[in-house]
Design a protein around this ligand. Structure first.
Ligand SMILES: *[C@@H]1O[C@H](CO)[C@@H](O)[C@H](O)[C@H]1NC(C)=O
Ligand SMILES: *[C@@H]1O[C@H](CO)[C@@H](O)[C@H](O)[C@H]1NC(C)=O
Ligand SMILES: *[C@@H]1O[C@H](CO)[C@@H](O)[C@H](O)[C@H]1NC(C)=O
Ligand SMILES: *[C@@H]1O[C@H](CO)[C@@H](O)[C@H](O)[C@H]1NC(C)=O
Length: 498
């Protein structure tokens, strides 16, 4: 896999060389004529090489534009952008994905000043997007940010989580009908482990306009319990993600400035993290194969890992909010997982009742099924914007799946569950790798993930059923002779004959 990945990285690097000119002499002015913008999507784009500082002057603004979003994207090092217009209140932003809004007024030539702290010639992507006056102004509602109109997003790294904040959109004239302007959040994964400038900039270019965002991004389900303009994402260390926000006011739409996070500082520090993740994914592939094709045969082992995983998942979420080093986190996860896995196997040894032991994996399976339903669009139905409706249906699906599995004969329900969970654990890392090697424009669909999951589950069930022909449905637990009486046709609930 590593060989495959590095070959693909080379191909990607070769195809993503940036179109660069010579550096702009320090302090010179970049004149941008909007006559040269793309009139299909009203986007002007150009790559520049910045030597410490430059001025920007925007000319020939089409008369039908109400406002412009001026964006500057840089790789690794932050840049600072000031407006130096004598007709606007001074505004200043600093970062790698930044920008300002200019409200068009007749005959002005808006002026900006760009600067960097480094002496190195730096590549920047300059983007100007023209908008109708009726389109909502991203970040136009001065609430929280230092800049009055803040069309950009603030990305904060919090260990396992990435927080993305934005300021609310407004209509022209600073009206902020927050209920009426709809907001949708999107994100797109970038290539894994590849910190190439070209990959970075191309990904941003693919997420600039509403249309591009809808085509290339994955819509993020509505968040629960957090303000609408604050979103948390799970951070896969070393995997970059582009975040985008689309606004919609009665069909008039605009997009915030896309922001990129690498899930770790890109100027070092990620490599050590990535090894943990590589080991983790290698382990998951192994574990997934084992669970899917041998999980039932080695019942205690699969019990151990189910216990391990439930504990690790819960601990992971809790640890995400704590400041710990990677070593501390891995050690805590492993320790708590082992303790809980051992506890779960001990339960089986002590009581030897398959119903109790297998129920945990049934619940996990139910949780995954519920998650699929909601992820596949159920979340967008207005009824589920209410927390009570959402969670009662979510719990309902978990219970339904758990009880259906309990009603099956315990042999088949356990085979089905181990194959289902094993297939999931097996495919997650592959989905991840696939994201990593394919051109960012092509998002491997969730359908592909779902279909592979179902196929692998079916194969797993078939293989495990074949293996188990003529064997006792469950191994006898050392501490209890009870199981002798239980055959593969005994339903787990013991209330009806299967
Ligand atoms: C930046 O580019 C200019 C002209 O392209 C060149 O003269 C200068 O040496 C470069 N500076 C660095 C630090 O590479
Ligand atoms: C202008 O934008 C459209 C729509 O995004 C795109 O298909 C077209 O290739 C662009 N044209 C140029 C010259 O970049
Ligand atoms: C811009 O932000 C960076 C950190 O993100 C900081 O080091 C730098 O001093 C800031 N530049 C200015 C001019 O404030
Ligand atoms: C925007 O809001 C912030 C926080 O409420 C405030 O400090 C700042 O002065 C406001 N800026 C303008 C230009 O109104």
């Amino acid at each position: 896999m590593t060989g495959f990945m590095s070959i693909s990285s080379i191909i990607v690097t070769l195809t993503l060389l940036l179109p660069l000119g010579s550096a702009i002499p320090d302090g010179d002015t970049i004149f941008i004529s909007l006559n040269s913008l793309n009139s299909t999507n009203n986007v002007y784009k150009s790559y520049q090489t910045l030597q410490r500082s430059a001025n920007i002057a925007i000319e020939d603004i089409p008369y039908d534009f109400g406002y412009l979003i001026i964006q500057v994207h840089s790789f690794k090092q932050p840049v600072s952008l000031w407006n130096t217009n004598d007709f606007d209140p001074q505004a200043y932003v600093n970062g790698t994905n930044i920008g300002l809004v200019y409200i068009v007024a007749a005959d002005d030539i808006p002026q900006y000043y760009l600067s960097t702290q480094t002496d190195v010639n730096m590549t920047i992507l300059l983007v100007i997007i023209g908008h109708d006056l009726k389109d909502p102004i991203p970040g136009g509602c001065n609430l929280t940010f230092d800049v009055e109109i803040a069309p950009f997003q603030k990305v904060t790294n919090l260990n396992e989580l990435i927080r993305v904040d934005a300021q609310a959109p407004a209509l022209y004239n600073n009206v902020c009908p927050q209920e009426e302007i709809k907001i949708e959040m999107y994100h797109m994964y970038l290539l894994l482990w590849d910190f190439y400038e070209g990959v970075y900039f191309r990904a941003i270019e693919n997420m600039l306009t509403v249309k591009e965002i809808e085509v290339n991004g994955r819509k993020v389900p509505n968040s629960r319990g957090f303000p609408i303009l604050r979103r948390y994402y799970v951070s896969y260390a070393g995997t970059a993600s582009v975040y985008a926000i689309v606004t919609n006011f009665r069909g008039f739409r605009s997009a915030y400035i896309p922001a990129v996070s690498y899930g770790c500082g890109i100027s070092g520090g990620c490599e050590t993290v990535s090894i943990y993740w590589k080991v983790m994914y290698g382990f998951m592939i192994f574990l997934g194969l084992f669970m899917c094709f041998k999980g039932h045969r080695f019942f205690q082992v699969s019990l151990f890992f189910t216990g391990y995983f439930v504990a690790a998942m819960i601990t992971y979420v809790i640890l995400a909010y704590m400041k710990l080093t990677d070593e501390e986190r891995i050690i805590s996860l492993t320790a708590i997982g082992v303790i809980y896995g051992t506890f779960w196997v001990t339960m089986w040894w002590k009581f030897g009742i398959p119903i109790i032991s297998a129920t945990l994996s049934f619940i996990v399976a139910g949780y995954l099924v519920a998650a699929i339903f909601f992820y596949s669009g159920l979340d967008d139905i207005p009824v589920f914007e209410n927390n009570i409706n959402y969670w009662s249906v979510f719990m309902g699906i978990i219970l339904l799946v758990t009880f259906s599995l309990l009603l099956l004969s315990n042999l088949y329900s356990n085979i089905l569950t181990t194959s289902f969970l094993g297939a999931y654990i097996l495919i997650v890392p592959f989905d991840y790798y696939t994201d990593a090697v394919i051109d960012p424009q092509f998002q491997p669909g969730d359908q592909v993930f779902l279909i592979s999951w179902i196929l692998v589950t079916i194969i797993g069930v078939y293989v495990q059923c074949k293996q188990n022909r003529g064997r006792a449905p469950f191994p006898p637990p050392p501490a209890s002779p009870r199981l002798v009486a239980i055959t593969e046709h005994t339903p787990l609930l013991g209330t009806s004959n299967a």
